[in-house]
Design a binder for this molecule. Sequence first.
Ligand code: KIV
Ligand code: ZN
Length: 508
Amino acid sequence: MTNRRIQILDTTLRDGEQAPGYSMNMREKLEIASALESLGVDIIEAGFPFSSEEDFIAVKEVSARVECTVAGLTRMREADIYRTYEALKDAKKPRIHAFIATSPIHMKHKLRMTPDEVLKACEEYVAYAVSLCPEVEFSAEDATRTDLGFLREVVKTAVAAGAKIINIPDTVGYGTPTETYRLYRDIWETIPDPNAITLSTHCHNDLGMAVANSVAAVAAGAGQVECTLCGIGERAGNAALEEIVMALKTRNDFYHVETGIHTRLLYPTCRKLNSVVGRSIPTNKPIIGANAFAHESGVHQHGVMTNRETYEIISPEDVGIPKSNFVLGKHSGRHGFERRLTDLGLHLDKEDLDEAFEMFKAVADRKKAVTDKDLYAIAGEKKRTIGAGFHLIRFIVNSGNTIPAMASVKIERNGEEIEDSCMGSGPIDAAFKTVDRIVRHTKGLEKVKYSLEDYSINSVTEGQDALGEVIIKLRKDDEVYTGRGLSTDIIEASIKAYINGVNKIITI
Ligand code: KIV
Ligand code: ZN
């Protein structure tokens, strides 16, 4: 049986980025867009151009950068659609993704439109979008809570108006796998020439069924899956790309489909996203979590040692989880370092590579063995120092359980070195207060106000000399900025993370 090719539409930069605490600046969005393209996604949904100037620019910049299809989301309004078309002008393969809500509750309370008005808007604006861009996707928002008879009419209208991709979103994560399967079979039979149309699935995870519903839609004939890296997205998130891809691959005997995803890049790409948004991957996360391939019980360990397949249905290498036995050390040269990064699928440009190598040398001086996991963290650390921002030069802390903590921090900005010191309730508090003082005394930044909202520390690998990865969240007005710092010294990692967060505030 030949495999049907499923298109993967990644909406990490649109639906994913929309979730609180996941915002990315432009450089980060471009970094993720390039990583998604290398991963092999077919379509990158890069933003919602009418919603903000920032989204408009993101769609424009991603369009200019990647070769794959770029989609921009739009409401069914002329001005919105035109703006989306403008944002997509430089895309090699542009796609306008137009949506309108079709469930009774959304039509009545959100749109304040009758079903007839929704049908009319669908006809008029899909046709308008098609007049600007040949590839148009139509989404019936909240489709799973839409009256089935009405949904059929909406879909037929959108197809007649020229939409080539029909998406049936489970906007609120309400569907079940069996219902989803039946719904897609029904819609498939409703469309006059279903082979000329791509049916798409877009599931949210409110009941934890987003991936199950997505693959049920595929089994029923969907040709496109909309998902995000690590399942990030509104509320409980979207369907996770890595889980869908590996479910379809591992159970090819059942689904008989394939995707264009290079599965060995799944772990590095998810790690990159987490490092950009300042999150750590939950240990029990399927496919990429630290425990996904860990075997604790004796029975399991024995089974895996005898034959891996006794308890593992996926090989870690197939998803790019590094084997931890390959190590570099302080005698490793740049060549070996670069080679290992390439083997791990970490492709950095020259400038990033220079920074990463410098960081590697600093780590190797303090840590006996630099493992693949460390290398992922180091590669994610690159370019954390923003041009116009502050850079840590040195710090000294003095603390103990019987004395007040005291920190002295020396920072450089635009060639000028500034040193200050402060007391605090502990060494990290003292160091952060010192950074705040330096910021407040910097010309032009006197009025910048922010507060620390979250602080977390994780070790990248096991062992006493492990690299510590600190992630902090700083709030400024309604925005939360993430800072990340890496070091074998947790106070240094904390200060670096804090400065990284402050730099984002002052340079974005
Ligand atoms: O969840 C949803 O319905 C969406 C659409 C706008 C595609 O994100
Ligand atoms: Zn969504």
